[in-house]
Write a protein that binds this ligand. Structure first.
Ligand code: GLN
Length: 286
């Protein structure tokens, strides 16, 4: 049997397990390429080769795990974010494409890349935000926090891989991890799924990703509220908070900012028009 026929059979099996056809086809191919060490171009020229037994056994094991709805990124151990490969383990949230929108928003707000200052990434997880911003804003001092020591280790490995480990100050703790500022920019993708809604997520997320990174409490906005309160203390005059939130949380975000020491809330929509990123500023009223 050729590799492409083997991939096609795997695709059918993944569809049967409830994965959408487009995703199933891509996942079946990515798992084969992962084992073979092939890029897409190589796959297209070599896929008619026969499978050998060793490949077949290993592929079978990976496809079986995917059919049990383990996330693809846990099987390959990586996920691309902002054009960079990130190591991923079950200790960290898998980087999402929508979070790239947070990076874009920050770069729009700080167009001068040679400007110095301090940036804190709260709840860094895989480190994807901290690493991307350390690369894009090389003049800034970057601090990354997480309550999970295991996540910080993954994040540090990712920073090392991309040559910015020395550039980032890692701190174990919740929110700003005791850092009181002054901070020019606070960024975060906090947990924002309500405790109830977690039960209705896809099994890949619900059963395999860390609830610590997803669970936003009763209304999904508990961590955001706490973060905004700390930001009001730590930000410098004109300092900015840039956060990702759930697409149904625009009103909650605006209310939280209205009741806080921050002002000028702005909501940035993604390409589908969904509210995704919230921006607010601290203005010293003295
Ligand atoms: N975007 C994630 C999801 O789709 C949630 C991430 C978060 O809570 N920060 O489930």
């Amino acid at each position: 049997m050729s590799i492409s026929s083997r991939v096609y059979t795997a695709r059918a099996r993944l569809i049967e397990s409830g994965i959408r056809p487009g995703e199933a086809g891509l996942d079946a191919e990515v798992l084969a390429r992962h084992l073979l060490g092939w890029d897409r171009a190589t796959y297209f020229t070599e896929r008619h080769r026969d499978v050998d037994r060793r490949f077949d056994a290993r592929y079978e094991a990976l496809v079986a795990r995917r059919a049990q709805r383990e996330p693809l990124a846990h099987l390959t151990g990586q996920r691309e974010f902002w054009g960079l490969e990130f190591r991923v383990t079950p200790d960290v949230l898998i980087p999402r494409p929508e979070t790239e929108f947070l990076i874009e928003t920050v770069l729009t707000l700080r167009p001068d890349r040679s400007k110095s200052g301090t940036l804190v990434d709260v709840g860094t997880g895989s480190g994807c935000i901290a690493v991307a911003l350390a690369i894009e804003l090389p003049a800034m001092t970057v601090i990354a926090t997480d309550t999970s020591q295991a996540a910080l280790e993954v994040a540090r490995a990712n920073a090392t891989r991309h040559g910015v480990a020395e550039h980032i100050d890692w701190r174990h703790g919740s929110l700003l991890a005791g850092f009181s500022g002054p901070v020019d920019l606070i960024v975060s993708n906090p947990p924002y799924v309500s405790a109830l809604a977690i039960q209705h997520l896809e099994p890949e997320i619900r059963d395999h990703e860390p609830h610590l990174a997803l669970n936003g409490g009763s209304d999904g906005a508990v961590p955001l509220r706490a973060l905004v309160a700390e930001a009001g203390v730590a930000l410098v005059d004109d300092g900015l908070l840039v956060v990702e939130f759930g697409c149904n949380q625009e009103t909650a975000f605006r209310q939280i900012i209205a009741m806080s020491g921050l002002s000028d809330p702005k909501v940035v929509r993604d390409l589908q028009g969904l509210p995704r990123i919230g921006v607010a500023a601290y203005r010293d009223s003295r």
